[in-house]
Design a protein around this ligand. Sequence first.
Ligand code: RNT
Ligand code: ZN
Length: 422
Amino acid sequence: MDSTKIENAYQLAQERYSQFGVDSDRALELLENVSLSLHCWQGDDLGGFEKPDSRLEGGGIQVTGSHPGRARTVDELRMDLKKAYSMIPGSHRLNLHAMYRDFGGKQVERDKIGQEHYKSWIDWAKKEGLKLDFNPTCFSHPKADSGFTLSSMEKEIREFWIEHVKRCREISAIMGRELQSPCIHNLWIPDGTKDSPVHRGTHRILLKESLDEIYKIEYSPSEMKDSLESKLFGIGSESFVVGSHEFYMGYALSKGKMLCLDLGHFHPTESVADKISSILLFSDELLLHISRGVRWDSDHVVILNDEVKSLTEEIVRSDALDRVHIALDFFDASMNRVGAWVIGARATLKGLLCALLEPRERLKEAEKSGNNFARLALMEEFKTMPFGTIWDYYCLRMGVPVGESWMEEIKLYDREVTSKRK
Ligand code: RNT
Ligand code: ZN
């Protein structure tokens, strides 16, 4: 697209917004400061690099699809990530899972991992100017086959996973220190049952004990921050999930930890957006996993739908851009994987931009004076404001492809790189 045309269109759109007291330059400035945490696992369908050609095996989550081009090595994953970042405006983080360690061919058990297995990621992040977040991998492993990890009734199983998570926290602290940006260590476990247990409390008591043990060591928040992610149900844990929302809400708030809310982990009509202003009253920070639930699956590729719109609106309206950490979490093996990353990241940023372009003062005034008509009418009018023009200009300014032109880049990359992977 012709850049002069984009700039001219921006000027017209800017005028239109300023009639409502909205400063679009300021909105773009704020958007530029937002760093999304891009999840490494979209690139290889959650296989990880623990052994050659490893695949996701259980854990209440599933990847479906057989599109060619999955990253098979650390180098391929890094290459794909770089490609994805080049099409996402702004500077963003990378969210790693423990199973993505860089071994150099050796097999190392999860309760024996150390910083040396992630050194090449830290070096790469430094080189690319990226900051890292981290997750222990408590699924896709024979010791998780019973459906329980940290809340298992078997002491030996619990101890194995406690040790894994402890090591992951230490590694997170090193990542944060090395990269001079606090690394968020997010804990999600699959524990639960297909049918209803008789005594739900048994596993919850065990989980609490395991967590108390895990969090005994304190790290500086300038190096790492802990978060805990709840879930409603998973595949094979339809009737009972140990780490429910109430469980972690209670745990996190009583221990000064961060909660992680995943958009796909609640009842379909439950609004995650609605939870933000409550949680932020009692917790300094919050982590979000932006995903899209579709029936039984909680991890479809993120699009600019009503959930994402209301969530991003809520963050902006709560003035909480610096207290809410935004990470992406989806995996789809039925389409070009690099493309999927870009769709989800761009959709999330578009949601934030839409929210930043709201006539906030006018809306608040209407609400304060009880003018419900004006509030609703203004919101409706804003749905057809030239938001896309502002987005195009932002992409141009940030040096990433404008409009749909990035689709062509995906096509080329697929032709030259991903489609050649067998
Ligand atoms: C699973 C959780 C969790 C995972 C990642 C891979 O339902 O959402 O966040 O997606 O840990
Ligand atoms: Zn998640």
